[in-house]
Each structure stands twice: as structure tokens, then as C-alpha cells.
Ligand binder design. Structure first.
Ligand code: AQP
Length: 332
């Protein structure tokens, strides 16, 4: 059976990268897979969070899932901390994860920065929690943005290490699914940096909740270069901002990058940006409106999470029992 697991952190500022790199692709996957989409609040607390904001952001991501087209009748939606298998399995799997594997993770290096010794253990072991999220459901496929590829490789290695240790095929080795024309959406201020929730400049990203005027303004102010748009991909070398904006356009329009490049070839940025603003507003505004409607009914959102929690618990508690038995932990 093919099962999908993926998640978004409730850390605020849900942006176009999260939408194009993750949520938008999940919507179509619901047709062919059993899907589990989580709001990964335990991952969020690896960085200090304001308690009230964390709670609100969890409901905001739930609303964004629903507004984007995730169907709670078909798909399990829940928040990670509500299902204890995630943390329990993290301990078990950390006993199969060599420290050397974690030392290679670039996200830890980036987030811990120069103050590595002061970074919390949770930030370091974050990829083991991610492996547990996936393996607690024996997920076979994991749709993510390009930035999570390394963590997913580690999940595959951990699953393999466990299977090998007990000569079992208990865990499927999860396959990454990296889709679309914008697998790595870059900052609007610097085409070499990833669009990210934690970038200090709000002008670096389009938030799903941005108003029409703000989207317009951010795209008008987006960094570009002085040349017209090219017709060949090789001409985009050293033009990361042009490549990023074309990628965003093709992902939003559901058209191939090369086709969009041909269509836009020769245009200057001011006319392309106008088209990009119109398209972005056209695609994002309805989601933002629906999100606001859902957020007016927090009880409904909590009910969705409550139902998702029960279903997620049913699957993961059975798997956890099987994992514990395999390890030889006495089940009383
Ligand atoms: N810029 C991006 N382009 C494409 N995909 C992206 N994703 C995130 N940023 C981009 C994908 O969104 C999903 C959820 O990500 P997340 O919320 O769990 O955390 P993140 O990757 O850490 O997101 P941010 O915005 O970059 O947060 P900060 O600033 O805290 O690091 C994942 O599938 C991710 O690939």
C-alpha cells in the first residue's frame, strides 16, 4: 500500500515556498495515495516559540491546508504533539542513528550558526524526529521541497539501519517526491537564498496571507537584473533572480518552465512583474480568503485535528508496538 506523510511547521509566515514546494502538490496526491498531513509543532519548538502564537499558528496551518484543498474526509490532518508515537519512536530510532550522520546535516549547521555549543539538542536531533514522523506510519512516499532532501535521505538510512539490525523489512524505505517547477523557491531579495519563514525581511517572501496590494508591492520591489528575459535556460546562468521569478510563474500557472521562458522571452522585468503579480494574486487571494473564513471557526479546525489525531493514533500505535516487539522490549 502506498502511503504519504508530510508536514509544515507552525512557525508563522506561511509563504509561497511552502505552498509551491509542498502544500499545492499534496492536493493532487490525495487522488492516488492514502495521505497523512501533519502540522509539525514539535519541530517548531526546536526554535523558541511564543506559546500563544504557536497555538494560533497551528490553527493557521490547519486552515491553510483546508483552504488549499486538503480534504479532511480523505486525508488525515493532525498536529504532531497530539500523537505520542512521534516522540517515543524518536528515542528508539536515535539508538540506530550514528552521530556522524547527524553531523553532516547542513540545516543544523545553518540554523545553529557559529554558536553550535549553545544550540539545543532538539535542533540537532530534528532529523531523527522527522524520520520518526515518516516511519511511525510506514509511509512509502514523502513529498517535500528540495531543501528537505538531505533529511529525507537520513530517514531512508535510519529505516535501512533498523531493518538490517533485525533482518526485517518492517520499514519501507520512503521515497522522496520532489515535484513541480518551483521545488526551491528563492528569496525575492536575493535569488541565492531560500524563501524562508525566518528571513528578517518580510519583502523576501510572499506570505499566503498577504493582501493584494502587498503582493503587488513585494513583486514590484523584487530584486532583478538589467537584462530582458532570455529564451534559453543556459542564459539564466548567474541570473538567480530571473530564474526564480520564472519558476514561480510556471509553478503557479502549472506550465513547463521552458514554455514560460519562451512565452516571456524578450520582455523586460517591469512588464513580466505585472503579469507575475496578477497571476500570484489570482492564485493566492482565494486561498487567503478561505483561510480567513476557516479561522473564524476555530472550533471546527480543532474538530478536524481531533478526528485526525484519533486516526493517526490508530495507525502509529500499532506500528510502534510492532517496532517495540522487534527490538525485544517487553510488552506488558
Ligand atoms: N523556499 C522553499 N521552496 C520550496 N519548498 C519549500 N519548503 C519550505 N521552504 C521552501 C517546503 O515546505 C515544507 C514545509 O516546510 P517547513 O515549514 O517545515 O519548514 P522549513 O523548510 O524550515 O520552512 P522555512 O520557511 O524555510 O522555515 P525556516 O525559515 O524556519 O527555516 C517542506 O516540504 C519544505 O521543503
Amino acid at each position: 500500500m502506498n502511503r504519504i506523510f508530510s508536514g509544515v511547521q507552525p512557525t508563522g509566515n506561511l509563504h509561497l515556498g511552502n505552498y509551491l514546494g509542498a502544500i499545492k502538490n499534496w492536493v493532487s496526491l490525495q487522488k492516488d495515495f492514502e495521505c497523512i498531513f501533519c502540522i509539525v509543532d514539535l519541530h517548531a519548538i526546536t526554535i523558541k516559540q511564543d506559546p500563544k502564537e504557536l497555538e494560533n499558528n497551528t490553527l493557521e496551518v490547519t486552515a491553510a491546508y483546508l483552504a488549499s484543498g486538503i480534504d479532511p474526509e480523505k486525508t488525515i490532518i493532525f498536529n504532531q504533539s497530539a500523537v505520542s508515537a512521534h516522540t517515543e519512536l524518536t528515542w528508539l530510532l536515535s539508538c540506530f542513528t550514528p552521530i556522524g550522520w547527524l553531523n553532516r546535516m547542513t540545516q543544523f549547521k545553518e540554523k545553529a550558526g557559529k554558536k553550535k555549543d549553545n544550540a539545543v539538542l532538539g535542533l540537532y536531533s530534528y532529523p531523527v524526529l522527522m524520520a520518526s514522523d515518516i516511519l511511525a506510519y510506514k509511509a512509502t512516499h514523502v513529498p517535500v521541497g528540495e531543501d528537505q532532501k538531505q533529511h529525507l535521505e537520513l530517514s531512508r538510512d535510519i529505516a535501512g539501519a533498523f531493518n538490517q539490525a533485525y533482518s526485517t523489512d518492517l520499514f519501507p524505505i520512503p521515497e522522496p517526491q520532489i515535484f513541480g517547477e518551483a521545488t526551491r523557491v528563492m528569496s525575492l531579495r536575493n535569488g541565492k537564498n531560500k524563501m524562508s519563514k525566518s528571513d528578517e525581511s518580510d519583502y523576501s517572501r510572499i506570505n499566503i496571507t498577504d493582501t493584494k496590494d502587498l503582493i503587488n508591492l513585494k513583486i514590484q520591489k523584487a530584486k532583478t537584473d538589467p537584462y530582458p528575459l532570455p529564451s534559453e535556460k543556459k542564459e539564466l546562468e548567474n541570473r538567480p533572480e530571473a530564474e526564480n521569478l520564472l519558476g514561480i510563474y510556471s509553478a503557479l500557472k502549472d506550465e513547463k518552465f521552458d514554455d514560460v521562458m519562451k512565452e516571456m522571452s524578450g520582455k523586460d522585468f517591469s512588464s513580466f512583474k505585472k503579469l507575475l503579480s496578477e497571476l500570484t494574486i489570482d492564485k493566492i487571494e482565494p486561498i487567503s480568503k478561505k483561510m480567513n473564513d476557516y479561522l473564524k471557526n476555530k472550533d471546527y479546525l480543532k474538530k478536524i485535528l481531533e478526528e485526525g489525531k484519533k486516526k493517526a493514533n490508530d495507525i502509529s500505535s500499532k506500528n510502534l508496538l510492532e517496532i517495540k516487539k522487534t527490538i525485544g522490549l517487553l510488552i506488558i
